[in-house]
Ligand binder design. Structure first.
Ligand SMILES: [Zn+2]
Length: 469
């Protein structure tokens, strides 16, 4: 029997999700009773009497010492976030007494800085960090499926409430996204790319081995205009929110020079044209100058990695409004951990070449006013460590506030979704709380004390001061 199930991406919460949310609300309200003393005995009494009402009404009020607006860098003292179901109603500096009664007792987050839930625009939640040959030959799609829910949970608890997942085998990412949206698994909001479009012998193919070894399953290499158009349609048919292409060679594959282009201009033009017809943006993997320029000319929304971008590429990115996604933490990780992971010398060499010039090239793009978004290639390194990239971005010259913008407002703009990456009325109630000032020290983002997704506290508790790990 075939069961048809209509899927709406990022659909309103399911009954399961609502039940879970009600439970979380009740838990939060119970905790409030113990921490609300700071707000006065009248409020304390009110907390007890309105606890049930608050849980039933699906309205909640969260208070924090500081609320950061990443778009401007301004900090609101005594910020209160009013939430109805999964959506923000209002963010304002309010006293407990000024909060409308239907929101019930305030959930006290304490001496923390609240900011929008973080967004990683380059993850692979269905890939797990593995040694070279384990990853290539010893694991199947079943191994990937078993590990994916844990990866999603760790990512969410690390404060990443939204991800753009750019490449998975066998539509595993669609299954994971749908299970999360249905409330069956904890995880970030996922925008998924499904199978990566890659040329024969390209970064997405299996290279350097016997002709008897090749990629099985759904996906695999695709060449030429008509097959590329068909693959885009197939991916959209099975649930792709975004299209991913490897426009040039990569690091973790044994093909030629890391800078080499791997699709013709005509192929990339057709790919982007087809994706556009179906209302999908394109993310292009490209390290090298020529591959980057072809991808930008074709009209991709973002170039991933972009470490070898040249002056002409910078000018084109500026002109076309193309985002660059500099995943510097993976580079650090591969150089440090690569030998232990069993990566061949050829691959380690590619990585070292990249590291030499990417800082300078990204700096030129930044100076020219090119747009950047935060993406990490999670899956190459262990999931949940996504926020470690902030400190390395700062180390290679990105201003701290800009790195936070890259992971919030810029990432939301790249996704084309106005409901994530900001704390404004109508946006999803997705936010995190960190100790201290994340602009002064981006490392605080590595250990969020509280994570709220869609108004539900998925990590931490009211009044917490220590991360729960
Ligand atoms: Zn990737």
């Amino acid at each position: 029997m075939i069961t048809l199930r209509l899927f709406r991406p990022h659909a309103p919460s399911s009954p399961v999700h609502r039940a879970r949310r009600a439970r979380a609300m009740r838990r939060a309200s119970a905790l409030v009773a113990t921490t609300v003393a700071a707000w006065g005995s009248a409020a304390g009494a009110q907390a007890v009497t309105t606890r049930a009402a608050a849980a039933a009404s699906s309205k909640a009020a969260f208070h924090a010492a500081r609320v950061l607006d990443p778009a401007t860098g301004t900090v609101m003292a005594n910020g209160v976030i009013l939430v109805d179901h999964d959506t923000i109603v209002r963010v304002a500096s309010l006293t407990a007494a000024a909060v409308p009664k239907e929101y019930g007792a305030m959930v006290e987050l304490g001496d923390v800085t609240v900011l929008p839930g973080l967004i990683d625009v380059h993850t692979h939640l269905t890939s797990s960090q593995a040694s070279y040959y384990d990853g290539l030959f010893r694991r199947s799609v079943l191994d990937a499926a078993v590990r994916a829910p844990g990866n999603a949970k760790r990512t969410l608890e690390a404060g990443f409430t939204t991800v753009r997942d750019v490449g998975a085998g066998d539509y595993l990412d669609v299954a994971l996204r749908n299970a999360i949206n249905a409330g069956d698994l904890p995880g970030p909001r996922m925008f998924v790319a499904t199978t990566v479009l890659s040329a024969t012998g390209g970064h997405g193919d299996l290279n350097g081995f016997s002709p008897y070894l090749r990629i099985e399953g759904m996906g695999g290499p695709v060449d030429g205009i008509e097959p590329i158009r068909k693959r885009v349609r197939t991916n959209v048919k099975y649930g792709a929110d975004v299209i991913k292409v490897t426009a040039g060679a990569g690091v973790l594959s044994e093909e030629e020079s890391v800078g080499a282009p791997q699709y013709t201009q005509a192929e990339l033009d057709a790919l982007v044209d087809e994706a556009r017809m179906w209302g999908r943006k394109v993310a292009a993997h490209a390290h090298g100058g020529e591959a980057i320029k072809r991808a930008i000319r074709a009209g991709v929304a973002s170039v991933e990695h972009a470490g070898l971008i040249d002056d002409e590429g910078v000018a084109l990115a500026k002109q076309h409004g193309t985002y660059l996604v500099p995943d510097v933490y993976t580079d650090v990780y591969i150089i440090e951990q690569g030998p232990a992971m069993g990566l061949p010398e050829k691959i380690l060499d590619k990585e070292r070449q990249l590291r030499k010039s990417q800082e300078q090239n990204w700096g030129k793009a930044r100076a020219a006013g090119v747009k950047f978004a935060f993406g990490t290639d999670a899956g190459v390194y262990p999931h949940g460590d996504n926020a470690k990239q902030f400190r390395y971005l700062v180390e290679v010259g990105f201003p701290p506030l800009m790195t936070i913008q890259m992971a919030t407002v810029n990432a939301a703009d790249l996704l084309g979704n106005a409901k994530v990456g900001r704390l404004t009325p109508g946006a999803y109630a997705d936010f995190i709380a960190v100790k201290g000032d994340p602009v002064a020290d981006v490392k605080t983002l590595e250990a969020p004390l509280v994570v709220v997704k869609g108004g539900v506290m998925v990590k931490g508790a009211a009044g917490d001061t220590k991360p729960k790990r």
